[in-house]
Design a protein around this ligand. Structure first.
Ligand code: G6P
Ligand code: MG
Length: 220
């Protein structure tokens, strides 16, 4: 393989699929049970944040202290509810032009990895029929240090046998952009440019980026 060929690493939630709405529903129901107010704005702050950290934050916001056992039970219940939504996902849940981008990379033999905090990553990729596109998957089951620590992306690049400087990361969370930048990778933010200002590039979505622009970036 061409040693200088770029390796492409995708975050999952918010980049490939919009699962934030499902996380929101499940966290909101949990918060309601605890008598904690939880808004869509609060949910924004949980993007890219692990399940454990998310629950810790919600409890903090609500000034609530619970036992370790209850914490574990709530984590379990939240995930069970979340999975009922995930299990209804189909290819129609893939965000616009993501499939075209993956097809282009596949046809042109670019190594592709997933770098996500989610422990449900493989299950989601199976539901939307994208699992076979990925040469490597690093998810919440394999990492010990959450984004903005670069561990997840460094592991992904290593599995693709790519040097970090030859890797490109797609991310929708600020902590993910920070992780990519710390790893010395090229960061492409998908979302709001006011939030993702630290990224090397920011596009609203893959449609906004367009294949022509992406080819330019790939050849830099
Ligand atoms: C992604 C999402 C977060 C989620 C985390 C863990 O980073 O953006 O909202 O909390 O993954 O997901 P999981 O599927 O393991 O609960
Ligand atoms: Mg994300």
């Amino acid at each position: 393989m061409d040693k200088n060929k770029k390796a492409i690493i995708f975050d999952l939630d918010g980049v490939i699929v919009d699962t934030a709405k499902f996380h929101f529903l499940a966290w909101q129901n949990l918060a309601k049970k605890l008598g904690i107010n939880f808004t869509a704005e609060d949910n924004e702050q949980l993007k890219g944040v692990s399940r454990v950290k998310s629950l810790q934050k919600i409890l903090e916001w609500g000034n609530k202290e619970i036992s370790e056992q209850e914490f574990k039970q709530l984590m379990h219940d939240k995930n069970e509810e979340y999975l009922t939504y995930v299990d209804q996902m189909t290819t129609s849940d893939i965000l616009p032009k993501v499939k075209d981008t993956l097809d282009y990379l596949k046809v042109n033999n670019y190594p592709i990895a997933l770098g996500s905090a989610s422990k449900n990553a493989k299950r989601i990729l199976k539901h939307v029929d994208l699992l076979t596109y990925f040469d490597a998957i690093v998810d919440g089951n394999e990492v010990t240090k959450a984004k903005p620590n670069p561990e997840v992306f460094l592991k992904a690049a290593e599995l693709l046998k790519a040097q970090p400087k030859h890797a490109i990361v797609f991310e929708d969370s600020l902590s993910g952009i920070e992780a990519a930048n710390t790893a010395q990778m090229l960061s492409i933010g998908i979302g709001d440019e006011n939030i993702l200002k630290e990224a090397n590039y920011v596009f609203k979505d893959f449609e906004d980026m367009g294949l022509a622009k992406f080819k330019e970036i790939l050849n830099e």
